[in-house]
Every structure is written in structure tokens, then in C-alpha cells.
Design a protein around this ligand. Structure first.
Ligand code: ADP
Ligand code: MG
Ligand code: MG
Ligand code: MG
Ligand code: MG
Ligand code: MG
Length: 695
């Protein structure tokens, strides 16, 4: 989560009065960066991933699994480990000696996150352009997990589930055990102490609530199983509390029937995801990548689905996205359209955490019809940017981000505008959590224009996380090499984002997707994707497809058709395009084989030959002897699920295959990948904690 400044954080009523100043200074800082960096050329094609973890406290014999609130202690332990620093990492002064670098990359970097039960880790430096370097990603991710684990208590584990299945049930946190609702979140279900104690985080949560005028409402439809009452009333909601004014929310309809009701930022921002940042060679390429990756966001969300449980109940959705969106939705009743506009300026159709609403490229293939005609922008900001020389499209993008108020403002930062910093710009930018982020160069160094792909759900194993990261890198390389065109109307991307939430969307839903990504060639039959040997030569680039009505440019496709292609469809499939790209460049046999194991995972997840994590978890719960088919994920089920996830992680970090682990449904999650490319796989014996019996 963005920058960590220190100082006096303003409460919302005060912050509100300074919002205009922050926006003004933010725009000045943006213009400064833009003027300095708009002509930057030939930046390297670097990229980097971010992996987020939950820290759980688990033991085989104790039925209770807890979320550990020791983020600060763990980060301190990491930071004080001199041996890690010696190895060249950015973490200062590390002392543990058992850690060996396993690639040429410096030691990974660990970051705090919103939840005090979370960690984030990134590579020690961004990855380069080389295809061989893609093979360093998985070992680096494993190293991160290993280092993290070595700085935890023996009962603590870093796991990569998107959400803790029973967060919000009573007593889910380690000691000191916090049972009570606090002044910041005012949640019925979670204490204030689960947010990172750095003042930025509780202030963010409190000011969102305060700006909104009530608590956030994170309502997820419950999954109706055969014994689930209908209508279903969330049995954990207390309608009789009178501690805070916000306790009225549920009496005023905040907790509708058939929905799991959650009321705090932690239920969303406490989720883990997998993000990838790409550096472009210049601003033009960055803007192009931002647009071209946008339509892929919902597809990759559906394909990485991993979030079927909330607050101890099975949900009727598979992904985290909308829950995070609602958990930070600071819109007022006026902005939401529930009251006539009086004090606020705009009706705003989306939360500040949402799919992105504009395209930004100067690409001639970007047709006006792809844009949202109702996009809300801040007209004064746009005018100011345009007056200072920024083109209309980019100015529109930033003027859209700048309809938002800054939520956390530090008094000290308002004394004097510092144009050598980007803090005020980042204040708005980094709290616009869209599924793509266009990242300008920071003021103080020579990093280039970057684009971040943010929709993917974190996967249980590093093998999968590496596979999805590598896949997105290859998709990006293919876009650049073949000058591909994935444009569809941005409103269709929004609609796809909604569809990605549906249960088993990866197999059951269809998504709007462009048929012909090679503009001057009408269909697959005349396109030589797959048997070309030189980059770019098979794919003529310009001009677009004038004359074709926009709504004939795309059709509804399954994720399988989008990823693997189909014999009937025009679109050849992302994997065949990636294969074609790999054919066109020099890759040694071993690298190609290793990459193939990643592409296989993607291919099989899309076709349904393998399960998403969401499907695997659902099947696991369904088959558990303690499950009563009433949508309830009990402490026992949670214990065994987490135990299985830990067992898989331990096995993976020991460098062994997953075979032999006696975990329900595991082969359908991960397949039989680990023996390929001449690698020796020792399946070992089962180390799984107690498991439910197979059905
Ligand atoms: P944020 O949390 O703001 O998205 P982070 O600092 O956590 O950003 O890291 C984003 C990712 O970008 C990391 O994997 C990092 O290695 C990577 N990265 C850093 N510098 C560059 C760069 N110049 N080009 C591409 N990726 C970079
Ligand atoms: Mg993060
Ligand atoms: Mg980060
Ligand atoms: Mg961050
Ligand atoms: Mg990020
Ligand atoms: Mg197929």
C-alpha cells in the first residue's frame, strides 16, 4: 500500500477542508513529473511481481487456527537479520545465517500491508527482459516464503489464500486477543487492532467510514446449499448493539437477507492478490500497454478465482474483487445517487476500488466508441492539465482519478509544496485502486513509466503464482512484438468484471472479447499465428478496422476460448499467441520446456481439466465430514483446509512434487507438473495434517 509518511493524520472533518489543496499540489507535482519524464526514452523492459501472504497460527492438534497479528515483529525480525543484508538485499541488518541465495537476484524485499496479519514480498530487484530470467521467478517466490517462515514462530505460517475463511467470526486473532469493536472501524465483527497500527491505516479506515457517513457494507451473496435456510439471515449479525451511532446501520437495512454481511475495510483490504508491474520503454508504450492489458483484467480474475468463503460461510461468488471495492467505498449518499446532489459535486458510479474507466493511449486504433461517454471527471483539473500541455486523453485519465478526495492527510505535509516529491499526487493516485494502474516515474530516481496489472487472485502455491506471472509477461511481450489490439468498449470490461465474480465463471460464463486482434486480417484462417519465425512479421499492425461497427468487433467467448482458442472462433487464443511469440524468438530447449509447464497450468485451468483454487476449496468443504451442507465453514473445516494449504506449501518449499500428499482434490488443482524437463521429483511420503475422508 503506497507511501508510509509519518506525521499528524487529520480526522475526516479536518481532512475534508484541505482536500482541495492536496489535489492542487498533487496536480502540480504530476505536471512536474510529466514535464520531466514525458520525453524519457529507451527505458528497459523491466517487470516485477508482488505476492501477498496471510500469516496464520496453526498446529495440527489445536482445532483453532488464528490469524497472527505479529506483522510488525516479523518485519522487524526480517529487518534485523544481518545475513540477509550481506547477501545484497534491501532489508538492512539481518542476522539469520541459514539463508542462501538461489538465484542471481538480491534477497527479496518484505513490505507491510493493511492487515496486521498480512505481509507482502517482492523480488530484490525487478526482473529483466531475458526469457531465461523467467525461470528465476518461482525459486525467488519460494525463497521469499522460506525467509518469511524463518522469521516467524514455529506455529506461524505465511500462506497464500486470498482471504482467511473465518475472519469476522469470534476469536480469530492471536494474543493479545481483541474481542471488542473499536472507535476506528466500529465493526461488529473485527477489532481495530487487526489493521496495521501505522497511523495511515486506521485513519484510512476511519476516514472512509466518516466520509461515507456510515460503515462500509460488504455484502456477499451466500451460497445456498441443500440445508441452507431460505431466506437466509446472517446469524452472526447483532441487531441490538448500541455502542456506536453506526450500530444503527444494520437496523437501517445494511444487512439484507441471503447475504453474508461484513462492515469493515479489513474484510476487503485484508485480501491477498498477485500484482505485476511492467516498465515500458517510454510513455507512449506505457499508455498502449495500459489499454491493451485492460480487457484481460476480468479474464485473469475469473481464471485465478480463489475466494469462495467469507466469515465462515460459503459465498455464491468466487473472487475477492467486489468485496474489496465495497470495503473502501467512501462515496456519500449524494455521490451514490441515494439523495439529490447538494453538498457533493458528482454522482459517482463506482467505488474508488474498481475496474478502470478510461483508455489512455494515443493509439489510432482506439475508437471513440470504446470510451465511456458518461465518465465523471474533475473539469478544473482537466483544464489545468490541458493548459499545461497535456493531451486530452491523459488529462482525462488524471481528471477522472482526481474526482476523489484524499483520505489520509498529514498536517505537516501541508506546510510547503515540495515539487521534488510526489506525495500529494500519490495520495490521490494510490487510493484509486483500479484494475490497471498507470505509474509515472517517481520524482527522485530514473525509473520509467510503468503499468500495473492488478486483478489476479493470489494462488496457493508459488508454482501457480510464478505461472500466472510468467504468463502475463509473455502475453505482454506478444502484445508488443505483434502489435496486438485487444480493444473492446470499456463498459464491456466493466461488465466482464461482474461476470468474473460468478461461481465457476471460468467454465460457466462468457466474456466480451475482441475477435480479431490482428487488425488488417479478417480471421484466424488467414492469419499465420503459430508458424511464423520472426517477431512481428506475421502481424501487420496498422491501420485499424475502419468500417466495421464496434459491436461486431467483439463477441462473447468462454475463458477456454479466450485462453486456448477454438476451431470455430476467430480469436486464436492467448496461449497460441504466446506460443507463436516463443516460436518467433530464440529460446533454448530447457527454458521452453519449463515455460511449457506454466502454460500447461493456464491452459488446463481454462479448459476445466484443472480446478481453480475456488473450486478446489468448495470441493474440499463439501466433502468434509463436518460439513452439514448448510453453507457453514466450521472451525474444524477451516483447520483442515488451512492445514492442507500449509502442507502443500511445506512440500513445495522442500522442493518436492505434490504427489503423495493425501489431500482431497489436489491433483485436480495442480496436475502432475513437477516432473517435467528432466527435473527429479521426490514425491516423499504424505505429510498432510488431518484430512477429511474422500467422499
Ligand atoms: P506498489 O505496491 O506500489 O504496486 P511495489 O513497490 O510493491 O509497488 O512493487 C511493484 C513491483 O514493481 C515490484 O515487483 C518491483 O520489483 C517492481 N519494480 C520496481 N521497479 C521497477 C521498474 N523500474 N520497472 C518494473 N518493475 C519495477
Ligand atoms: Mg500489496
Ligand atoms: Mg506493493
Ligand atoms: Mg504498494
Ligand atoms: Mg502493487
Ligand atoms: Mg479448447
Amino acid at each position: 500500500m503506497g507511501l508510509l509518511a509519518l506525521g499528524t493524520a487529520l480526522d475526516w472533518p479536518q481532512a475534508k477542508t484541505r482536500a482541495h489543496q492536496v489535489r492542487q499540489w498533487g496536480i502540480k507535482q504530476l505536471l512536474e513529473i510529466w514535464n520531466k519524464a514525458k520525453g524519457k526514452e529507451r527505458d528497459a523492459l523491466l517487470w516485477g511481481d508482488e505476492v501477498e501472504y496471510l500469516v496464520v497460527s496453526y498446529s495440527e492438534d489445536d482445532p483453532k487456527v488464528l490469524l497472527s497479528l505479529r506483522q510488525a515483529e516479523i518485519l522487524t525480525a526480517l529487518a534485523s537479520d544481518q545475513e540477509l543484508a550481506k547477501e545484497g538485499g534491501c532489508v538492512p541488518e539481518l542476522q539469520d545465517s541459514g539463508l542462501k541465495k538461489i538465484s542471481s537476484n538480491p534477497i527479496p524485499v518484505f513490505h507491510p500491508e493493511f492487515g496486521r496479519f498480512m505481509l507482502e514480498a517482492t523480488p530484490g530487484k525487478p526482473w529483466g527482459i531475458g526469457l531465461k530470467e523467467l525461470l528465476d521467478v518461482e525459486p525467488d517466490m519460494k525463497l521469499r516464503r522460506k525467509i518469511a517462515k524463518e522469521h516467524m514462530l514455529s506455529t506461524e505460517y505465511p500462506i497464500t489464500l486470498t482471504t482467511f475463511p473465518r475472519i469476522g467470526c469470534p476469536g480469530q486473532f492471536t494474543t493479545p486477543y481483541y474481542p471488542n469493536s473499536g472507535p476506528r472501524l466500529r465493526s461488529q465483527f473485527v477489532p481495530d487492532e487487526i489493521a496495521n497500527p501505522h497511523i495511515r491505516f486506521p485513519t484510512l479506515a476511519a476516514n472512509i467510514r466518516s466520509r461515507r457517513g456510515r460503515k462500509v457494507q460488504v455484502n456477499v451473496p451466500v451460497f445456498h446449499d441443500k440445508n441452507t435456510p431460505q431466506p437466509w439471515k446472517d446469524p452472526t449479525v447483532n441487531f441490538d448493539l448500541h455502542d456506536w451511532p453506526e450500530d444503527d446501520d444494520v437496523r437501517n437495512g445494511a444487512a439484507p437477507d441471503d447475504h453474508i454481511h461484513m462492515d469493515a475495510m479489513a474484510f476487503g483490504m485484508g485480501s491477498c492478490c498477485l500484482q505485476i508491474t511492467f516498465q515500458a520503454k517510454n510513455i507512449t508504450e506505457g499508455r498502449m500497454l495500459y489499454d491493451q492489458l485492460s480487457p484481460l483484467g476480468p479474464i485473469m480474475l475469473a481464471l485465478t478465482a480463489a475466494t469462495p468463503i467469507y466469515k465462515g460461510f460459503l459465498a455464491n461468488t468466487d473472487v475477492r474483487w467486489n468485496q474489496i471495492s465495497r470495503s473502501v467505498d467512501c462515496r456519500t449518499e449524494e455521490e451514490l445517487g441515494e439523495k439529490p446532489l447538494k453538498n457533493d459535486r458528482w454522482r459517482i458510479p463506482k467505488s474508488r476500488y474498481a475496474s478502470n474507466s478510461t483508455y489512455i493511449s494515443t493509439d489510432s486504433r482506439l475508437r471513440e466508441e470504446y470510451m465511456d461517454p458518461d465518465l465523471v471527471i474533475n473539469p478544473e483539473i482537466k483544464a489545468q492539465l490541458v493548459e499545461n500541455g497535456m493531451d486530452d486523453r491523459l488529462a482525462t485519465h488524471f481528471a477522472h482519478l482526481f474526482i476523489r478526495d484524499p483520505i489520509v492527510i498529514f498536517e505537516e505535509d501541508l506546510a510547503q509544496l515540495d515539487l521534488s516529491k510526489t506525495d500529494h499526487f500519490e495520495n490521490i493516485q494510490s487510493t484509486n485502486w483500479q484494475h490497471m494502474r498507470f505509474k509515472p516515474p517517481p520524482a527522485d530516481n530514473n525509473i520509467g513509466w510503468r503499468v500495473e496489472f492488478r486483478s489476479m487472485e493470489i494462488q496457493i502455491t508459488d508454482f501457480e503464482n510464478a505461472a500466472f506471472s510468467v504468463f502475463m509477461v509473455l502475453v505482454t511481450r506478444a502484445i508488443l512484438s505483434f502489435d496486438l489490439n485487444y480493444y473492446i468498449p470499456i463498459k464491456k470490461v466493466d461488465e466482464n468484471m461482474e461476470r468474473a465474480h460468478k461461481l465457476d465463471a471460468v467454465l460457466k460464463e462468457k466474456f466480451f472479447f475482441r475477435k480479431n486482434v490482428f487488425p488488417s486480417r479478417p480471421s484466424r484462417s488467414t492469419t499465420v499465428v503459430g508458424d511464423d519465425s520472426r517477431p512481428g512479421s506475421a502481424m501487420p499492425s496498422r491501420p485499424g478496422s475502419p468500417g466495421i461497427p464496434v459491436d461486431e468487433e467483439y463477441e462473447e467467448m468462454t475463458v477456454d476460448e479466450i485462453i486456448n482458442g477454438s476451431s470455430e472462433g476467430d480469436f486464436p487464443g492467448l496461449i497460441p499467441i504466446v506460443e507463436s511469440y516463443l516460436d518467433s524468438v530464440n529460446v533454448d530447449v530447457e527454458t521452453r520446456c519449463e515455460l511449457a509447464t506454466y502454460l500447461d497450468l493456464i491452459r488446463k485451468r481454462a479448459s476445466g481439466e484443472l480446478d481453480t483454487a475456488a473450486r478446489w476449496i468448495r470441493n474440499f468443504v463439501d466433502a468434509h465430514p463436518d460439513y452439514k451442507h448448510d453453507s457453514v465453514v466450521s472451525e474444524t473445516i477451516n483447520h483442515d483446509l488451512i492445514g492442507s494449504v500449509i502442507a502443500v506449501g511445506e512440500r513445495e518449499s522442500a522442493g518436492r512434487g505434490f504427489g503423495g500428499l493425501d489431500i482431497l482434490g489436489l491433483p485436480r488443482l495442480l496436475g502432475e507438473f513437477r516432473g517435467g524437463c528432466g527435473r527429479k521429483v521426490d514425491d516423499g511420503v504424505s505429510t498432510a495434517p488431518s484430512q477429511p475422508e474422500s467422499p
